[in-house]
Ligand binder design. Structure first.
Ligand code: AMP
Length: 212
């Protein structure tokens, strides 16, 4: 089975997906991660995407369609879409891409988290430069300040986790991504989970709503 996770920035999409990857063998398709890799490798896509990401804006739909199609085309395992679609146009595009590659999703899981919590999660988030593990300076501290508990790598703040950019991302979410809730309700795929709980509780709720 394949499914997608959506919700506001900081809802815990990436964290939950990683649990499904390590415990259930899913492949995580995160457009945010794909774009950050493209930026690191200084590809043409990365250079174009960076200016939008640094401002907290959505990367234009047409820039993303290629990488999304490529990753789904070669997919030979169950996958979770993390961070795609982020607007109605992308949701329509996704349907077409899935049909082209003869795949489908069985659920669209929405992670519900109040906006006051989102700001704290995002502004305190620190990511390991080496392995990508995610921590938080107040909510999920590391044993040694500034160093990753998993691999000892250096922790950094994502450039779009600065407070001014966070505010923009939350507005962009309300305007563009929140309407997907109705979209997936109409398709009969919508599932809602309280994302304002401990990681393990959220994980267990997701497994229940998708009947895993
Ligand atoms: P994320 O890692 O999912 O929080 O995404 C980080 C940033 O990447 C977003 O703020 C957008 O600028 C960009 N991005 C990721 N996914 C998409 C998408 N589906 N559509 C447009 N922009 C995206």
């Amino acid at each position: 089975m394949n499914f997608l996770v959506f919700g506001p920035p900081g809802a815990g999409k990436g964290t939950q997906c990683k649990l499904f990857v390590t415990r259930r063998g899913f492949v995580q398709v995160s457009t945010g991660d794909l774009l950050r890799e493209a930026i690191k490798s200084k590809t043409e896509l990365g250079n174009k995407a960076r200016e939008f990401m640094d401002k907290g804006l959505l990367v234009p739909d047409e820039l993303l369609l290629g990488i999304l199609t490529d990753s789904l085309k070669s997919m030979d395992k169950n996958f979770i879409l993390d961070g795609y679609p982020r607007n109605l146009n992308q949701a329509d595009a996704l349907e077409k891409v899935l049909a082209q590659v003869c795949k489908s999703i069985t659920a669209a899981v929405f992670l519900e988290v109040p906006s006051s919590v989102l700001e704290e999660r995002l502004s305190g988030r620190r990511v390991c430069e080496a392995c990508g593990a995610v921590f938080n300076i107040s909510l999920k501290k590391t044993r040694q300040e500034g160093l990753c508990d998993v691999c000892g790598g250096k922790l950094i703040q994502r450039s779009d986790d600065r407070i001014d950019v966070i505010k923009e991302r939350l507005q962009v979410y309300e305007k563009n991504t929140a309407p997907l809730r109705d979209y997936y309700k109409k398709k009969g795929l919508y599932k809602e989970v309280d994302g304002n709980k401990e990681e393990e509780q959220v994980y267990s709720s997701i497994t229940k709503v998708i009947n895993l």
